[in-house]
Design a protein around this ligand. Structure first.
Ligand code: ADP
Ligand code: TRP
Length: 324
């Protein structure tokens, strides 16, 4: 049995990239592992500066996760900000993390190259908070998309740095879990699907919005009559994550035969998404009616996580000389 842990930022509505790249794997792991999932609302502060939006996003992520099958009796499910231990360990790690390690982080370099306005210290030290999230629970496995792989590597480096600095074996070295087929889901514009790029297909968008998002998937301009290449088409690609082998083979035949337009394929994809997520949508409506239950779940999750986090943090503080 492994200890599996992952977080998702509450920076917008979860999308198919989040689902396939991380959320689904976290849910699948909950049956035979010690499973931790949390809402990374402190990380979301690096982008969201509006109180009401942040609150709304936190609840959306919680509802979405539970509607998709996260079971709080099998997974410790909590909000990062409910545990000050994450922030405390972040500071301790900040004092052993070389500056160069942060400067080499892709997400930071990306922010600089895109000339992000006034990049903050929070954005710069984002991977240290993420290392604290993971190492506070000594997770073995961290399900994440490819964009987060380097951050898990950094967590590993920080664990090693701490262990070697203090001559202990306190932190386990975590491993990312990033299956190749779902490592990077492509968005409607052909780039990586991301809340921050406005190119998402949201899991629980209402039907009209979902239709708009699916219809906006970029395709090439091969005329309707001509044969098309399924392997290079993002509509086909996304469809294949949710359809059966037979359905995929049928659609491939239609592409190759010609006389089948991308508009038809998009309609097929839309219906597939509505069918696949239909039962989850119903569950979400039910959950939304009982917000006090959701609050209970988060409170209980935080209580369970706190027991683990406090124990680990006490060991850290003893090791570095803050508890005697
Ligand atoms: P976003 O990039 O949309 O803000 P998050 O940073 O909150 O998403 O990511 C939550 C989880 O979903 C992370 O594990 C991340 O790697 C994964 N993820 C996000 N986008 C994708 C994608 N396009 N393909 C695969 N996984 C993704
Ligand atoms: N940084 C991750 C993301 O943007 C979210 C996250 C925060 C996370 N802490 C984590 C993921 C710890 C895995 C483990 O997606």
């Amino acid at each position: 049995m492994k200890r599996v842990l992952s977080g998702i930022q509450s920076s917008g509505s979860p999308h198919l990239g989040n689902y396939l790249g991380a959320m689904k794997n976290c849910i699948d792991f909950q049956n035979d592992n010690e499973n931790y999932v949390f809402v990374a609302d402190l990380h979301a502060l690096t982008t969201i500066k509006d109180k009401n939006r942040l609150k709304k996003n936190i609840l959306e992520v919680v509802l979405d996760y539970m509607a998709l099958g996260l079971d709080p009796s099998k997974t410790i499910f909590y909000r990062q900000s409910d545990l000050p231990e994450h922030s405390e360990l972040t500071w301790i790690f900040s004092c052993i993390t070389p500056l160069g390690m942060m400067e080499r982080a892709h997400a930071w370099k990306d922010a600089l190259s895109k000339k992000k306005k006034d990049p903050t210290i929070g954005l710069f030290t984002y991977p240290i908070l993420m290392a604290a999230d993971i190492l506070l629970y000594n997770a073995d496995l961290v399900p994440v998309g490819k964009d987060q792989k380097q951050h898990v590597e950094i967590a590993r480096d920080i664990a090693e740095k701490f262990n070697s600095t203090y001559g202990v074996d306190l932190f386990k070295l975590p491993q990312e879990y990033t299956p190749k087929e779902v490592a990077t889901i492509i968005g409607t514009d052909g780039e990586k699907m991301s809340k921050s790029y406005g190119n998402t297909i949201e899991i629980f968008a209402d039907k009209n919005k979902l239709k708009k998002q699916v219809m906006s998937i970029k395709t090439d301009s091969i005329p309707l009559e001509d044969p098309k290449n399924p392997e290079t088409c993002n509509v086909f690609k996304i469809y294949s994550y949710f359809a059966s082998d037979l359905e995929i083979a049928n659609l491939r035949d239609k592409y190759l035969a010609g006389g089948y337009g991308y508009g038809d394929a998009k309609k097929l994809l839309l219906n597939k998404l509505l069918e696949y997520f239909g039962p989850f949508r119903e569950k979400r409506i039910e959950l939304e009616k009982n917000m006090s239950y959701i609050e209970d779940v988060l409170r209980e999750g935080a209580n369970k996580a706190r027991v683990k986090a406090q124990k680990q943090l006490a060991k850290v503080k003893k090791t570095i000389g803050l508890i005697f």
